[in-house]
Structure formats: structure tokens, C-alpha cells
Ligand binder design. Structure first.
Ligand code: PLP
Length: 385
């Protein structure tokens, strides 16, 4: 078989020539002014991001991980028990531990890969002080309102780890508006990137002010004052802010392309034996950061990946390959696993794969992926049942 000349990668970082020129202009402005961190570009990025996500305040940080730890500390949750999804990135749970807290894992929902109100309720204990919900792959968790009601009744704080969900909507509301405070990541693979970086959004002015103190070594103010909190070097530089600010301008265009990719995949894959499409929940307007599907358990995923690679397609693997309670750092951690276990998180980690999706993907590329997947499934020997 001849390998197609142009490989379709799992993900692609997209900056147009115009965007690159604008970023260089802004970086030049920053270098010539000598304002290299916590300056006007950061302020502009924060203002634009807060507006796009309909929150009163945004605080830019050095990463999504830093944003999470800052929110926990600034909310007085250091040392608290926090429910986090078993199916999320390491940083969601690690931030709780870095802030001195204890994690309690919630099981996944097979339709969204996120948590559900029942899995959150099953994970909570009388000691639970906060719940962090992750919008896995960019789909706003459809149970957000029910989770917020449950938490309000129990006096528990809700935080969104919206690392994947910049620009996504749920029932018309942007990611980041379903909680006391939400965090975003601008890591290079994200739809909106600043190379490295993160953002906190909130309507709570006290929390926003505290977050600004924490991100700059816990100093009472940028130019002086004592170290009043145990903060760290969690600032966003002006160079990173320049990249993020320009990319933010194009986020809706990128999402438009990605949604069209998802619609085409959905239509083609619904009838493909062995594949279960994860349907967009009613009321959701997802950014399609990832396009995961569930594969039937009989499919040998390694063989499938190889068969696709010979056709020039990179199967991006998984959103998360291992649920966090199976990660060496968290395995065996006292009290982390709820009584009913975390069977769905284990199953969805094992069964899902992500198809390529890029902010400039063409219809021809989508069709090539679909054709290759259909052919590869037909030629892949069954795995162990
Ligand atoms: C769900 C989730 N939370 C937090 C993070 C951490 O973000 P960062 O890499 O910007 O620290 C990521 C990173 O990809 C993530 O996927």
C-alpha cells in the first residue's frame, strides 16, 4: 500500500500569517516599552476574555494548573476535601493536593465523559467543601445546573476547570459562568493558546483581588507591600498575553470550523459498526476541542492505530488514557475512591479514542479520516473480548 503523502496529524496549532504579524507587532511594543509582565497587554487580554465569557473579572496566570491552585487557595479551600472527576487531567487533582487538600474522585458519565450529578452526589461526604467539574473535550457538563443546586443545598463551592472549554456554551451561557470561579488553560494544544498560560474568571471581586495577590508571590501589590499570602510566580508575561489576545480574536472562527468537522464526523460515523458517537447534548454548543468516540470492546485499538497510521492518519489516542485513581501518584490515596467505585471512568478511558480535529481542517481531510477509519475497522482483527 502507498502511504498518502500528506499525513493528517492528531492536532495542529494554527496561527494565520496575519495573526503572526499582529503578535510580533505587540511583542515589539512590549519589548520597546520594557513592560514585560503584568502590563497593558495582560490587562487587555483579561478584559477581552472576561467579556467573551460574560464574567466581571478575569485574572491571567502562568498556566491552567496555577489558575486552579490559586482559585482553591483564594477561596479558602486549602486543606479541604474536594471532589474531582476520576476522568480528568493530572493537574485538576494535583492542584487540590498542592493546595494542601484531599481529593475524592467522582465517576464519569458515559455520554459526555464528564461527571454527572449522581456521580458527584455519590462521591460527596459530609466533609466535602468543593466540587471541581471538568468540561471534558469542550462539552459543557450538561448537569451543571443540577450540580450547582446540589452543592448550594450542602454549602459546597462549585469550581469549573474549563481548561478545554474556551468559547463553549451550555444553554446559551459561556463556559465559566456555571460556578463561583472557573479556570482555563492556554497550553499549545488548546483551541485558544498563549503558548503557556491560564485564566481565572469570576464575578466575585474579593476572589479576583485575592487571585491577583496569589499570582504575584502573594505580594499585597505589584510594586510593593509585604508578602501577605503564600503565593508563587504565577504571572502571565506580556509576550504570552500578546499571543493569547490575538488568538482570542479568532476563537469563534476556529470553533466554527471544528463544529463543522464534528457535524460531518457525526453524520458519517453514526452508522459505522463498532463506533459509538458521543452526541452533543441538547442545549450544548461545544467548541469541539476534542472529538472522542467510544469503540466496542472487541476492537484491538493498537492494531486500529497502526492500520490508520499506514493510511496517513494519526489517531490522537485518548483525552485521558488512565483514570486518576490508577495513576501512581493517586493510587492508594486514603479516602479518594467512593464506595461504589469508579467503573465508568475505567470503561470510558479504555474504550474511547479521539479522531483528528484542527481549527483549519478541510472537508477532504475529514472524509479521508472517515474512509480510513471504515477501512481500518474492516481490516482490524478482533482484540481480546
Ligand atoms: C482538564 C485540565 N485541567 C488543567 C490543565 C492544566 O493546564 P496547563 O497545562 O495550562 O497547566 C489541563 C491541561 O491540559 C487540562 O486538560
Amino acid at each position: 500500500m502507498t502511504i498518502p503523502a500528506v499525513r493528517i496529524p492528531a492536532a495542529r496549532v494554527v496561527f494565520t500569517p496575519e495573526e503572526r504579524a499582529r503578535i510580533l507587532e505587540l511583542v515589539d511594543r512590549s519589548l520597546s516599552s520594557g513592560s514585560l509582565t503584568l502590563g497593558p497587554l495582560g490587562d487587555e487580554f483579561e478584559t477581552a476574555f472576561a467579556k467573551r465569557h460574560q464574567r466581571a473579572h478575569a485574572v491571567a496566570t502562568s498556566s491552567g494548573t496555577a489558575a486552579l491552585e490559586i482559585v482553591l487557595r483564594a477561596s479558602g479551600l486549602s486543606g479541604a476535601e474536594v471532589v474531582v472527576p476520576a476522568n480528568t487531567f493530572f493537574a485538576t487533582a494535583a492542584a487540590v493536593v498542592h493546595a494542601g487538600g484531599r481529593v475524592r474522585f467522582a465517576d464519569a458519565d458515559p455520554g459526555t465523559l464528564s461527571v454527572s450529578v449522581s456521580s458527584v452526589a455519590a462521591a460527596m461526604t459530609p466533609a466535602t467543601a468543593a466540587v471541581i467539574v471538568v468540561h471534558v473535550g469542550g462539552t459543557i457538563c450538561p448537569d451543571m445546573e443540577a450540580i450547582a443546586d446540589l452543592c448550594e443545598r450542602r454549602g459546597v463551592v462549585v469550581i469549573e476547570d474549563a481548561a478545554h472549554a474556551a468559547g463553549s456554551l451550555g444553554d446559551g451561557y459561556p463556559a465559566g459562568t456555571f460556578s463561583r470561579a472557573a479556570t482555563f488553560s492556554f497550553y499549545p494544544t488548546k483551541i485558544l493558546t498563549s503558548a503557556e498560560g491560564g485564566m481565572i474568571v469570576t464575578d466575585d471581586v474579593t476572589l479576583a483581588d485575592e487571585a491577583r495577590v496569589y499570582r504575584d508571590q502573594g505580594k499585597a501589590s505589584f510594586l510593593g507591600g509585604g508578602h501577605v499570602r503564600l503565593g508563587a510566580a504565577w504571572r502571565m508575561s506580556e509576550v504570552h498575553a500578546a499571543i493569547g489576545l490575538v488568538h482570542l480574536d479568532h476563537v469563534d472562527e476556529s470553533i466554527g470550523v471544528r463544529r463543522a468537522v464534528a457535524t460531518r464526523y457525526d453524520g458519517a460515523l453514526r452508522s459505522l459498526p463498532g463506533v459509538t458517537v458521543l452526541e452533543e447534548p441538547p442545549g450544548s454548543w461545544r467548541n469541539v476541542y476534542k472529538y472522542p468516540v467510544l469503540l466496542d470492546p472487541w476492537i484491538d485499538q493498537a492494531a486500529l492505530g497502526e492500520a490508520l497510521a499506514t493510511r496517513g492518519i494519526a489517531l490522537s489516542g485518548k483525552v485521558y488514557a488512565t483514570p486518576l485513581h490508577r495513576e501512581p501518584v493517586f493510587a492508594g490515596m486514603d479516602g479518594a475512591i467512593p464506595p461504589d467505585g469508579l467503573a465508568v471512568a475505567e470503561e470510558v478511558c479504555a474504550r474511547h479514542v479521539c479522531l483528528p480535529v484542527h481549527s483549519d481542517m478541510t472537508v477532504a481531510e475529514v472524509d479521508r479520516v472517515v474512509d480510513a477509519l471504515s477501512a481500518a475497522l474492516a481490516s482490524t482483527p478482533p482484540g481480546r473480548r
